[in-house]
Design a protein around this ligand. Structure first.
Ligand SMILES: *Cc1c(COP(=O)(O)O)cnc(C)c1O
Ligand SMILES: [Zn+2]
Length: 441
């Protein structure tokens, strides 16, 4: 079945402004063959009527067909790189809520805040928004195997979508710390998991050599089709707000693929007439994994200051050399945004405050509220500003962290104790109704 995406022509274009080389949308490229730059999908074709488009997106929510139930493919006019619906396999990704959180707002110094919670996705993180589009491209290219280098949410998500698509998933693990709950997901979804005695970059180089030789499609962070799906997090957020643009969108930054996707999506929504201004993007990094923050504060000139040994308990953002920084820089600048860093203690306390709203998230996600608190204190974000913070991962991704925080046993990577500021411990009580009644008041 053909997808109703009008007359759009999709191409791959090099992101480097000095190059802008163009390639066919079906070329298997992760970097520009001419200059090594990042690739992105671009579209030309007839303009859409924004009023009709908004109505169409809304109507599709009532429709029971799988592509319209997907919170990603519902917005397909804005990511028209797939022509045939048969290439799409959906687990009903997206469809994530926008949640009010008064306690968190107060803690952050804001009158109000809304959390766009991507942890409600099928495998518990926003990686699903991008994996569903990356997998569609893998299928249209006729690939039989997909691979990524990751110990985290990327491998969990890729494994699930590969299984759903009947494809073989290869997860390559670098040596060092493994996120067990995330690896467990990859195993459950049947991924072939290969542990290699090398670091992340060495394995990525190895897998790239193997990819060409064995016909494996790479779904790592630099895959341009993952960015296309992650754009829809912003479309869905705007749709949920009846297209009212917030002042700020705040998100954690690791490899910086998500901020790149948000910026691209927002610019494209503006170009399509769906919105008339851009929200400002604020990227929050963890103190000892903050090369982008250092680059930004130094004026974003010269060599990118990659961190050799990034550390943070927020493992989803423990990235020292983020591949997508050129795109991220462009998007933060274009939006009039900013980049901030937060400490391990600030992340842990912010996470507990989010929890007190009945909203769980993984540690990386809580960097948003910690960052908001600092940016409001600095006067960068106004107390009355309209702020959407993106919670990127599910609370059950890291239960060990939660238990340790609440019982006063959480330690930063350098061994420093993290204070259990908002700790909540189980109480041991006697088997005695009177004593329990007295205790509970
Ligand atoms: C991947 C991930 C991030 C980091 O996103 P980038 O696109 O790499 O900047 C943050 N939080 C969670 C839960 C993630 O899975
Ligand atoms: Zn190029």
């Amino acid at each position: 079945m053909a997808l109703a995406t009008q007359s759009a022509v999709a191409e791959l274009v090099c992101f480097e402004s000095s190059c802008r080389a163009r390639y066919a949308i079906t070329d298997v490229l992760y970097n520009c063959p001419k200059c090594g730059g990042l690739m992105e999908a671009t579209y030309t074709g007839d303009a859409h009527d924004p009023v009709k488009l908004k109505r169409l997106f809304r109507e599709r929510r009532m429709d029971n067909s799988p592509v319209n139930q997907s919170g990603v493919w519902r917005y397909r006019e804005l990511l028209p790189f797939i022509e045939d619906e048969r290439h799409i396999v959906t687990l009903r990704e997206g469809n994530t809520p926008l949640l009010d959180a008064p306690i968190a707002a107060k803690y952050g110094g804001l009158d109000e805040v809304a959390f766009k919670h991507q942890g409600y996705n099928p495998t518990g993180s926003f990686k699903d928004n991008g994996m569903v589009t990356g997998m569609a491209q893998a299928r249209r290219l006729g690939m039989k195997r997909v691979a990524c280098v990751s110990t985290g949410n990327t491998s969990a998500s890729m494994a699930a979508y590969a299984a759903a698509a009947g494809m073989e998933a290869l997860v390559f693990l670098p040596n060092g710390k493994i996120a067990f709950s995330k690896l467990a997901q990859a195993l459950e979804y049947g991924a072939k998991t290969l542990q290699v005695e090398a670091n992340f970059d060495e394995i990525l180089a190895l897998v790239r050599t193997l990819a060409d030789r064995l016909g494996i499609y790479l779904l790592n962070s630099m895959n341009p089709f993952r960015v296309e799906g992650q754009k829809t997090i912003m479309f869905e957020m705007l749709d949920q707000r009846d297209w009212k643009v917030p002042d700020w969108v705040v998100l954690p930054g690791g490899n910086l693929g998500n901020v790149s996707a948000f910026g691209k999506g927002l610019r494209e929504a503006k170009a399509a007439g769906l919105i008339d201004k851009l929200p400002r993007l604020a990227v929050i990094q963890a103190e000892h994994s903050a090369p982008f923050e250092a680059f930004w504060k130094a004026g974003a000139t010269g060599e990118f200051p990659a961190v050799r040994q990034p550390e943070t308990l927020a493992t989803a953002i423990r990235i020292g050399d983020p591949v997508s920084w050129p795109k991220a820089l462009h998007e933060v600048r274009t939006s009039g945004g900013t980049v901030e860093k937060v400490t391990e203690q600030e992340i842990a306390d912010a996470k507990a405050q989010i929890g007190l709203c009945g909203i769980g998230c993984e540690p990386a996600s809580a960097a948003t509220l910690a960052g908001i608190r600092n940016l409001v204190a600095q006067g960068v974000i106004d107390r009355g500003a309209d702020v959407v913070a993106v919670l990127t991962g599910n609370v059950m991704k890291d239960p060990d962290y939660i238990y340790k925080y609440h019982t006063g046993h959480l330690e930063a990577p350098d061994g420093a104790a993290i204070v259990s500021t908002f700790g909540n411990q189980a109480m041991v009580v006697p088997n005695d109704a009177d004593k329990i009644a007295a205790l509970l008041g």
